[in-house]
Design a protein around this ligand. Structure first.
Ligand code: URA
Length: 235
């Protein structure tokens, strides 16, 4: 792929575009054996080697991380005041990562962090109906009637009822534990579905999104790169 030198270095997180332009003008950047002082210089990411202050900077086009999102962090790329899910990916190479979809601040669990816009689109497109499975703890007794209602569709105050969802009761009592699989991604959907049947979600964690399953070895706040198998299944 052909890319401008300043863009190459900015995407690899070596500074802002203007910082990089200054470094290039100062002669701190080399492409193969030649110092290049023009930010607009076009290089070939496959055949050229770029050095920044004599350190080779390899180019990575896409990154894919599975994060176990902790509570208290917002699902955004950057924020002036708050810590974001992308801030947690401390070993990231690129500066354009984003979360695929959003989990509420208090929700934990599976979040894919990438810069692959096409994959994100495929996973989030309302037409694709990618299954998402959540584990939740509920204040109130979850009943077989709720299971039936969720399977039929619930009125959560939108134009349309929710699509059929699979509710599995793990424990039922004053406090219940469930797993719920939904095929949409409406705003606060799980919480609103339980509110519609008079119950409250007190803990929510995403376990699965399409073929991607949360790695149980990841503690909240931990992440890892996707494996080759996970990539193949997703793509
Ligand atoms: N549904 C919710 O209510 N919250 C989330 O974070 C995800 C799904």
């Amino acid at each position: 792929m052909k890319l401008r030198l300043d863009r190459y270095l900015a995407e690899m997180g070596l500074g802002t575009r203007s910082e990089i332009k200054k470094a290039i003008a100062k002669g701190l950047v080399r492409v193969n054996d030649t110092i290049v002082k023009k930010a607009e210089f076009k290089l070939d990411t496959e055949t050229d080697t770029v050095f920044f202050q004599n350190q080779a900077v390899s180019y990575i086009e896409y990154e894919y991380y599975m994060l176990n999102k902790p509570a208290g962090v917002i699902s955004a790329s950057e924020d002036r005041k708050e810590s974001t899910v992308v801030d947690l990916i401390t070993e990231r190479k690129r500066n354009d990562l984003f979360p695929v979809g959003r989990l509420d601040r208090d929700t934990e669990g599976l979040l894919l962090i990438t810069n692959d816009g096409a994959l994100s689109h495929r996973l989030l497109s309302p037409k694709k109906h990618v299954d998402k499975t959540y584990y939740a703890e509920i204040h109130g007794e979850v009943t077989e009637e709720d299971v039936e209602q969720f399977a039929e569709g619930v009125d959560i105050g939108d134009e349309k009822l929710t699509m059929p969802a699979e509710l599995i009761i793990l424990e039922s009592g004053m406090e219940s534990k469930i797993e719920l699989t939904i095929r949409e991604g409406r705003f606060h959907q799980v919480k609103r579905m339980f509110r519609a049947v008079g119950k409250e979600v007190v803990y929510l964690k995403r376990l699965r999104m399409g073929s991607l399953v949360l790695d149980q070895g990841l503690k909240p706040g931990e992440y890892r790169e996707l494996t080759k198998e996970e990539m193949e299944q997703l793509c």
